[in-house]
Design a protein around this ligand. Structure first.
Ligand code: NAP
Length: 487
């Protein structure tokens, strides 16, 4: 029995099982893989290790469940989603603890993620009832033109470990609302939250086969199987740019529809007319959330020369006071990194920056296990690796700039384009810079981008497609144009 028996209570005997076609069962391989706590390295649970054989069964189950699910009225699908939402909210604490165990994020953030993730389910329950079409004035008097929306069909979702709950609901809820069925492959680091969501969907009355979950230690094999299956009509992926490009190539033979929410390299611009304290608050909230492991985390901080030193001083004082610890400790503000590779990458990027002239203002060292000290670097330059790559860790490099044009050029000098932030009290500058930044989202004097009501997504190598908002269901809908003649 796991030492964390009480915190696994949402998964009674389910941890080592898949959820396929409305049945909990072992993977065909009979194998399991281990899930560990990043905070301590302790063994948490063993999870069913699916292979393409299980994927085939899951797609079959989803295909069989699709006609009845799409035939339900929008109000009936909405009700199932409302019931799922209520079940998720009612289990906020056990879901949050599970997420903190497997992802390492601090418990307050896990509770926030339950609320954030649940909000997508409620939102798309509402949107299900508003899948409106169009009527279009026809080119001749004896015709009428109507456009309707129809579900694309079986949809696959591949999700990352950094938001084990919200990335699942952000895909599954709009798919179900649109009338699609889903095969979900959660990240190998965090499959337990996804399985717990399936338990709650089952309790909420989501019918057999409408949601299927196939955890696996063989992500590449599962990805290939999903892309090769012609019955899968849509793939929605959130993860790294490298894997996204690979999946896009794999989807080409079947022309499988794709949404790609990929990596970021968010710039954070502080102009000399900014209010510095809110800018420092924003930088910390965005940079250190989830220990710097979010796709919209600030990656590069650019500060105008006149306020540069004052900003660095205030930022460093606050960062030095951040408390690291096991996420289950209510006092912890920053948790561990997800795995040893992530820690090594952070160490390598900091060493590269220091070797090229950056100075460590605070932090700059590993702290045992998977912990890295919250860090501020100054004198960062565009030549350093951390200017070009996602750090994905608690390291804030500060760059200096002189003019607005220089700031925009440096901010845009990246292949990524997910989130960007700027702080200024000059309304004209806010508009000019926000419009000039090459990114899907811009936070202006505010870093809180994630909300179910707004379209989330990127440009350039950060991918395409938007999740959340009234646009979120479009990824799971086909437009069909009906041309009526002889009127
Ligand atoms: P990753 O390695 O790409 O993993 C993401 C998911 O893809 C996991 O489920 C992973 O499974 C799976 N996967 C890995 N290789 C695969 C393959 N060859 N075929 C099919 N699936 C495969 O990304 P990560 O490093 O875990 O996640 C962090 C990345 O996600 C960052 O770049 C971050 O910016 C990005 N992200 C983007 C958004 C957004 O909305 N744009 C949101 C969150 C995160 P395993 O875990 O089993 O390997």
């Amino acid at each position: 029995m796991s030492d964390f028996h009480d915190d696994l209570a949402l998964l009674p005997g389910r941890g080592a099982q898949t959820w396929i076609g409305g049945a909990w069962r072992a993977a065909h391989s009979g194998r399991t893989f281990a899930v560990h706590r990043p905070a301590t390295g302790a063994h948490l649970a063993d999870v069913a290790d699916c292979t393409p054989h299980d994927v085939d069964e899951a797609v079959t189950a989803a295909q069989q469940a699709w006609p009845a699910w799409r035939a339900r009225t929008a109000a009936q699908r909405a009700q199932a989603l409302h019931d799922w939402h209520a079940a998720i909210v009612a289990h906020t604490e056990p879901l949050a603890r599970l997420m903190t165990h497997e992802s390492g994020k601090v418990i307050a953030e896990s509770r926030g993620e339950v609320a954030y993730g649940a909000a997508f389910v409620a939102w798309f329950a509402e949107e299900a009832r508003r899948a409106y079409g169009d009527t279009i004035p026809a080119p001749s008097a004896d015709r009428r033109i109507v456009v309707i929306r129809q579900p694309v069909g079986v949809s696959a979702a591949i999700t990352p470990w950094n938001f084990p709950l919200a990335m699942v609901t952000r895909k599954v809820a709009p798919a179900l609302a649109a009338g699609c069925t889903v095969v979900l492959k959660p990240a190998a680091e965090t499959p337990l939250t996804a399985l717990a969501l399936a338990v709650l969907a089952e309790r909420a009355g989501v019918p057999a086969g409408v949601l299927n979950v196939v955890p696996s230690s063989d992500a590449a094999g599962i990805g290939e199987a999903l892309c090769a299956d012609v019955r899968v009509r849509k793939l929605s992926f959130t993860g790294s740019t490298a894997v996204g490009k690979r999946l896009m190539a794999q989807c080409a033979p079947n022309l499988t529809r794709l949404s790609l929410e990929l990596g970021g390299n968010a710039p954070f611009l502080v102009f000399d007319d900014a209010d510095l304290d809110p800018a420092v608050d924003g930088a910390i909230a965005s940079k250190f959330r989830n220990t710097g492991q979010t796709c919209v985390c600030v990656n590069r901080i650019y500060v105008q020369a006149a306020v540069h030193d004052a900003f660095v001083e205030r930022l460093a004082a606050r960062v030095a006071a951040l408390r690291s610890g096991d996420g289950l400790d209510e006092r912890a503000q920053v948790g561990p990194l997800i795995h040893a590779r992530a820690l090594e990458k952070v160490q390598t990027l900091v060493a590269d920056a220091v070797s090229q002239g950056a100075s460590v203002v605070t932090g700059g060292e590993a702290r045992g296990g998977l912990f890295y000290a919250p860090t501020v670097l100054r004198d960062a330059t565009p030549a350093m690796r951390l200017a070009k790559e996602e750090v994905f860790g608690p390291v804030a490099p500060v760059f200096r700039f002189h003019t607005e044009a220089e700031a925009v050029a440096m901010a845009n000098a990246t292949e990524y384009g997910l989130a960007a932030y700027l702080y200024s009290r000059d309304i004209g500058r806010c508009w000019r810079v926000a419009e000039a930044l090459e990114s899907g989202m811009v936070g202006i004097n505010d870093v809180r981008l994630g909300t179910e009501v707004a379209p989330f997504g990127g440009v350039k190598h950060s991918g395409f497609g938007r999740e959340g908002s009234r646009h979120g269901m479009e990824a799971y809908e086909e437009l069909k144009y009906l041309n009526f003649g002889g009127i």
